[in-house]
Write a protein that binds this ligand. Sequence first.
Ligand code: PHE
Ligand code: ZN
Length: 879
Amino acid sequence: MRTSQPQTIYLKDYRQPPFLVERVDLRFELFEDGARVHSTLALRRNPDGGQGAPLELDGDSLVLEQLELDGESLAESAYQVTPSSLRIDQVPDEFSLYVVTWILPQDNTRLEGLYKSSGMFCTQCEAEGFRCITYFPDRPDVMARFSTRVEADKARYPVLLSNGNDVDRGELADGRHYVTWEDPFPKPCYLFALVAGDLTEKRDTFTTMSGRSIDLRMYVEHRNAEKCDYALDSLKRSMRWDEEVYGREYDLDIFMIVAVDDFNMGAMENKGLNIFNSSCVLTSADTATDAAFQRVEAIVAHEYFHNWSGNRVTCRDWFQLSLKEGFTVFRDSQFSADMGSPTAQRIDNVALLRTAQFAEDSGPMAHPVRPDSYMEISNFYTLTIYEKGAEVVRMLHTLMGADGFRAGSDLYFERHDGQAVTTDEFVKAMEDANGRDLTLFRRWYQQAGTPVVEVSDSFDETAGTYQLTFRQSIPATPGQSEKLPQHIPFAIGLIGENGQSLPLQLVGDSGDAPEERVLELTEQEQTFTFEGLNARPVPSLLREFSAPVKVKYPWTRDQLLFLMTYDSDGFNRWDAGQRLTVDIIQSLMDSPQETVVDPRLVTAFRHLLSDSRLDQALVTKMLQLPTEAYLIELADEADVQSIHKARTRVLNQLALQLRDELIACYRRNTDDGAYAPTPDAIARRSLKNTALSWLLHINDEEGRSLALRQFSKATNMTDQAGALRALVNSDFEEDRTSSLDAFYAQFSDDPQVVEQWFSIQAASPRAGTLDAVSALLEHKAFDWKNPNKIRSVIGAFAGQNLVNFHAADGSGYRFLAQHILALDSTNPQIAARLVSPLTRWRRYSASHREGMKAALEQIQAKPDLSKDVYEVVSKSLAG
Ligand code: PHE
Ligand code: ZN
């Protein structure tokens, strides 16, 4: 057990910074046994901050070598150094501080601050990594102009990068050289970056809307030189899109992207120098799947969009994290929708939200989009901040309309350019630009928990009226027992007997009657009456998932089948299919002896598989059965084994009864042409690979030979990995081993592919996987210092292989706890993220609860547990 409890930081304690930093001049001397950082700060007392306060700078793991105030060395009695700070009691109102620190990047396994990855130096400063480099007021509301001189051995580190424009370079003694960078835009220190290494440079250019030519440069290890095109292409498309849709132009002369193998997250939006996890930026047809291509496009766009939503306008404090993340995720999902299939994109977003964010929102770590407190900010890079935050911005877009939203965003950027602001100021800009009062809407930022909307309806045949009544409620969450109603934009349509869209004529509304309406729910209970109907309609509720809520309505299976076919909203067609399948799986769980799957489901799936006139991007989504994770989220007391059994039974029945249709679908979607990640080609490959996995699920011999052929003849990774996954999950023992071996032999020198090879095995539901997974940890390609490897084995096992992770004997839980404990000492951020599959132990059935709780207790008992892991574990066990 930790000896002291980490401090909780509260939003209500926010105070302006007592000192401002006008300029930072950095000089880095990079060596193999450490790095020396010279920092000269131009400091000034904040006229609006605490008068007479001492100067207190943050620091972490630093050795202080030199300290001068206005050119004079400070006596040791004039300052105090603690493990987390440097404090100087007497300082003038304006002064210069020169600080020299010595740090050890080569030993930095936390991957925060300056560290080494595959022989190169790189940095990660968000949220609080800059304090691991030098003493500084490490908070986002201190914005300064930076200049950075990087010095290193020229042969080992020919490329030296930092933010902004390179203004000077030259040779030094002993085979060393330097480059100096100037960033003209004031920025918080979390956006600082430095890279030094032996890297290949790929160049491109982009001409902005005002005619400026921007140098685009991508830096990767030499072996990855051929994997840059798609990222550069995505970057140019993002730059154009942001000009067209938001009127935002790029502001520096250079924009750089760097790929690094060791990275805690996906990527980072450092000003002018975005740093990416290799797995989120490198692609080639034969090594990256369609999903990877889509991920690269989305993340490149996300980081680029931060240049305005995050960098030019940044966060006042870390409680406002969703100001930049929610808005930027919304922007990147709009972009991806415009580039690909909007409905498929929306389905993917909602599936993630409903499975993982809803789970977070009903668990012990639930927090509002703007949290009130935290112990360790790294734990708050959550699905709530990112995905729910994006949904909140999306609702503003729905309520204001596209033009009103654009007016609000223009006002926001104009009003706050160069400032560090709050989510409230974002909403205020929307209010002011649209003349609307969004007081009630602000509750989305303040209240945690997923609202539940119960819908009931009635039809009056004689009057020809149809009534819809909505009741909203929000469950209690930690620290918030009472909730108030929220402002919910609820999009609906009504569908007539023959599947036609009906006009929505509201009683008492003289305006015209559209076929879709966004009802604004603002009270606990509200009723809307529609007139002019001669038969009872079927309601299409929460179209396009217009708000992040749970809808309860007593749909009959026939209504769901009807909606699957006739709803004009593609998202709701998918949703009806999901609800129907969930209902069928749940009924099998309730009566385990029942073996027959509702024949109406089989008929519906037969239609989906066979009618090639349907939108294939939507069909492939509709064919995916609800995941086990989603079924667990829906359960009051999840029994993972019975969920797995019931779901598998449905899958089996569908595959057995639709066997011929699956073969035909497979053949129809086989395409030997050149690889292209276009929406249509992606949909076809996905359909084909789904068909294949279903065929192998029932051990079909023809499916087996199709899979073997696809595996060896594939011209792209989507097909090759799709065949491998299907074989690995099958009962064809020999094919499984031989294809795994062949795959590894073919790609052993490519870390991104080896990670896929790991995760296909770790996620396989076949019995006995835990031993196989433990063996992977001994594999020579496994590396405890590399977050991607940890995620692809341990993360994939605990997060995707639910039937084995939740094995009845508790072995999965003990396995996870053991590795979290080891990682806690080397990389606490990664360790804390791995705790998440255990946190909702109270929502599982008795057969799981004790084992999960015991694993948490075992972790909690470690002496000197990191603050990161302590926060998650103690909150999970509390209450
Ligand atoms: N700010 C990054 C993004 O969302 C995520 C990140 C957070 C990366 C913290 C590293 C560390 O784009
Ligand atoms: Zn982001």
